[in-house]
Design a protein around this ligand. Sequence first.
Ligand code: G1P
Length: 274
Amino acid sequence: MSKIKKCLFPAAGYGTRFLPATKAIPKEMLPVLTKPLLQYGVEEAISADMDTMAIVTGRGKRAIEDHFDISYELEHQIQGTDKEHYLTEIRDVISQSTFSYTRQIEMKGLGHAILSGETLIGHEPFAVILADDLCDNDGEAVLTQMTKLYEKYQCSIVAVEDIPPEDSNKYGVIAGEFESDDIVRVNDMVEKPDPKDAPSNLAIIGRYILTPDIFDIIRDTKPGRGGEVQITDALLTQAKEGRVIAYKFKGKRFDCGSVDGFVEATNYFYDKTK
Ligand code: G1P
């Protein structure tokens, strides 16, 4: 049975909702307290026992590569001082994983971004984290919960949560048969449906486990919502064959792609330090 060791991070988007902050800074590098969003995601993947981070970047995203690298000048300056502890977390992250990068040349949607990462993933099951969905949990991280499920189901898995019906046009929405309180065998998926067309109130959040046949499926998937190649549409092909599970995860999730969610996450993590 193949264990999931690789995690893909689509990180090529423009972050328009956070302009002007994201004019020169990748949105994945915006900090909640002192830590960039992407580092939270990488730490979640490490805690789920993954050791290879595959990051799909784009133009103007070099700060990401510099962040997950050693800065000799900084190390030299800070070594042996009382400030050294500020580097502990990022040093741990760097020493526990390998980072590889590829660029998404054109912005053609999340499905296309994931396909751009094929060269970094190869032919094995892998996880996907959308770093602007920030998750937290007092127990097991969401991705850890999902890798355990993968051991049982051996198929693609999406994390879902209940949303207010009027929000359906912000998410991929699933429908299917409940196998237990928190597991649904998916048979329908729609990207950002109008509330009147939504097949349920269960929305996909930015955590996926994908089987590698998804790459060929994405290649055959036509542009959908917004004229973009959607991972939701590619997953529907697997779902029609009974090969997608939706999992109502345990924990909290903040939509840090919106200013409201970002502020909420900041307050939440700040309160946790008290
Ligand atoms: C993407 C996906 C969507 C999913 C969402 C989760 O949308 O396309 O299906 O529900 O992430 O955050 P985005 O937020 O990138 O527009």
